[in-house]
Design a binder for this molecule. Structure first.
Ligand code: ZN
Length: 359
């Protein structure tokens, strides 16, 4: 793929709020070999200068504890795709330490930014930050292992700014069962939410914390639909009908998201975007825009948003970092999207769901 094909096309920047990134794991405030979020880097996908270049005005920042003791050989190639062995449960004490360290790292980074970044807990705060040209961070917990069954930790995290939570990552915990990564395969891979998981959903509804169906298996998804009183959201996912990976949502699931008034944050991860499921970043922006347009055809322009997975997945070359976001907007324009729909997808749809969910 030539440099020209991947160069940033920018005929009028559009403000973007993104539904998912993993930058918190890479902060220098969190780990010694991490990156300075305030300085422009060529590594990873997201920092403040590249966000500004790309029109990214804020996003959900995931706090996530990866495996304490990573295993080898979990990825297995199959005749027509791949399977990844289901990850083991985390030690809750390790998860609590990790999430606390990541949240503290984010807090120190915001403090060091000297007003250039704010941690937002309301839509008014996000919109004020946008007007003030300040970057807005909303705290998200990806996998709730740091919270005990008695849910004490939930209130503590809420008081520190948490407004979004995925009960599981792609592994089991006391709340439910994450979907293991595989292609091609149905997301119906195991049991649904546990009783503790159902209690967690109710507690989040009461506090006004958004619930994220990304990484849930299909039964967990339907349990969430049955219990939650808030719009159903998947912060970073794509369409199973286009790319039949377990992490993507079936047409029935997309219809349920729409019926609830929720949104799907379109995931840029090549393994979930590419119809062939290959982990190959050589993918044209037309292909990416075509996949996103399937979501819009199925659900309508009010129910699709963005959920890049920057700093957490392999990006398509034309969207290789946050500074390249205008390429997606331009690709969608070329696909026939009007400006009103583009603004909904880029910003307004997330705000509507936040307003309906947060209190
Ligand atoms: Zn994820």
């Amino acid at each position: 793929m030539s440099e020209e094909e991947c160069a940033v096309q920018d005929p009028g920047k559009i403000a973007i709020f993104d539904g998912h990134n993993d930058a918190a794991q890479h902060l220098v405030e969190y780990r010694e070999d991490g990156r300075d979020f305030l300085a422009r880097s060529e590594e990873g996908h997201l920092d403040l200068p590249r966000a500004r270049e790309g029109g990214l005005v804020g996003g959900l920042f995931a706090m996530y504890a990866k495996a304490e003791h990573p295993r080898q050989g979990d990825f297995v190639r199959t005749a027509d795709g791949y399977e990844v062995r289901l990850a083991e449960p985390l030690d809750p004490a390790y998860a609590r330490r990790t999430i606390d360290a990541q949240l503290s790292g984010l807090e120190r980074m915001v403090a060091r930014a000297d007003g250039a970044i704010r941690c937002a807990t309301t839509v008014d705060e996000i919109e004020a930050a946008r007007r003030d040209e300040v970057f807005a961070i909303v705290l998200h917990l990806e996998g709730a292992e740091a919270i005990d069954a008695d849910l004490d930790g939930l209130a503590q995290l809420y008081s520190r700014g948490l407004r979004s939570l995925g009960p599981v990552w792609s592994r089991p915990n006391i709340f439910g069962h994450g979907v293991p990564f595989a292609y091609p395969r149905s997301p119906d891979t195991g049991p649904g939410l546990t009783d503790a998981g159902k209690a967690l959903v109710k507690a989040c509804n009461q506090l006004g914390i958004m619930l994220d169906a990304a990484h849930l298996n299909e039964r967990g998804f339907w349990d969430l639909v049955a219990i939650s009183t808030a719009p159903i959201v998947a912060t970073h996912a794509c369409a199973h009908a286009v790319c039949p990976a377990t992490r993507n949502l079936t047409d029935r699931q997309l219809d349920a998201v729409k019926a609830s008034g929720g949104v799907v944050g379109f995931n840029f991860s090549v393994s979930e975007v590419r119809p062939d499921g290959h982990r190959d970043p050589e993918i044209l922006i037309e292909t990416v825009a075509g996949h996103l347009s399937y979501l819009v055809e199925r659900m309508g322009g009010d129910h699709v948003a963005l959920g890049s997975d920057f700093d957490g997945a392999l990006m398509p070359l034309p969207l290789r970092d946050a500074s390249h976001l205008p390429n997606l907007i331009q690709g969608l324009r070329a696909h026939g999207f009007d400006e009103v729909t583009l603004r909904k997808i880029a910003f307004d749809n997330w705000m509507r769901v936040f307003r309906q969910t947060w209190r």
